[in-house]
Design a protein around this ligand. Sequence first.
Ligand SMILES: *[C@@H]1O[C@H](CO)[C@@H](O)[C@H](O)[C@H]1NC(C)=O
Ligand SMILES: *[C@@H]1O[C@H](CO)[C@@H](O)[C@H](O)[C@H]1NC(C)=O
Ligand SMILES: *[C@@H]1O[C@H](CO)[C@@H](O)[C@H](O)[C@H]1NC(C)=O
Length: 289
Amino acid sequence: MTSHHMRMPVNSRALAVLIDGFVWLLLGTSLSYASVNDITCLRTIQASLEDPLNYLSSSWNFNNGTEGYICKFTGIECWHPDENKVLNIRLSGMELKGEFPVGVSNCTSLTGLDLSNNNIYGTIPSNISKLVGFVTTLDLSSNNLSGEIPVNLSNCSYLNVLKLDSNQLTGQIPAELGLLGRIKTFSVANNRLTGQVPQFGNASIPAENYANNAGLCGAPLPLCRGPPKKTHTGVIVGAAVGGVTLAVLAVLIAMLFCKRRVSKKKKEDDPEGNKWAKSIKGAKGIKAS
Ligand SMILES: *[C@@H]1O[C@H](CO)[C@@H](O)[C@H](O)[C@H]1NC(C)=O
Ligand SMILES: *[C@@H]1O[C@H](CO)[C@@H](O)[C@H](O)[C@H]1NC(C)=O
Ligand SMILES: *[C@@H]1O[C@H](CO)[C@@H](O)[C@H](O)[C@H]1NC(C)=O
């Protein structure tokens, strides 16, 4: 009976040790998996960008298996210097060329991405929040980005700093960006943007951060004037349709008037024609009978 009582704690202790081991195994696996992801992340970024001045190729050497070796790479800051987990990527002014490096999504603990002053072209990915969902700083300024600012940026809810100035961005700035509750710095100067600027709840954005665009309006810029575009389009379409209808009517009336005058003239000036017509009628009548 005592032996039976003794066996239970021993068994549960064994179980606890087993569970502990399992938890550590899981944790270890997930940690090393995270590192593998971050190494893949940097490898993919390097592979996707042209590097004419060899900033990356001279520093980003992946032949070193030491834990934390990527933390010494140019532009890379890790959470801990001895752990391959990337905190920030700062690659400003390196003449890097290519599309936005989507491989950055494998740096799953990234809080800052600075690719400013390079030659990044193409559009900002429409699923940007899936790629850098936890960044507090995103600086893509002074590049060659085109197309519209994706509404999905409003899902990067940790953003404090969003710099998109000095690109070739077009269209309207999504009003949803106003939902970014932590934003302190927002700049889209020197693009080709139009329409109403977003209204941020807490931040006050200076007007110069909107300067040199195709036609932005709304505080802190002058208010957007006139009715919204749809009404404008409606009025224009309405006027066009009305104008065309009037023109067609006028032409129809003119044609009718001319026809009448011509036929009247014919009746008056060409009695022969009338006779001829009567003779046909007569012939028809004969034929029918
Ligand atoms: C790996 O990187 C560490 C830290 O930079 C360095 O001390 C070590 O010499 C490197 N080893 C090899 C084989 O490159
Ligand atoms: C992320 O890494 C995995 C392997 O670790 C790879 O298969 C995948 O293509 C990477 N994703 C991107 C966007 O590069
Ligand atoms: C933001 O994320 C939510 C939840 O994942 C999603 O339902 C929504 O469509 C996203 N918004 C945009 C603009 O992508």
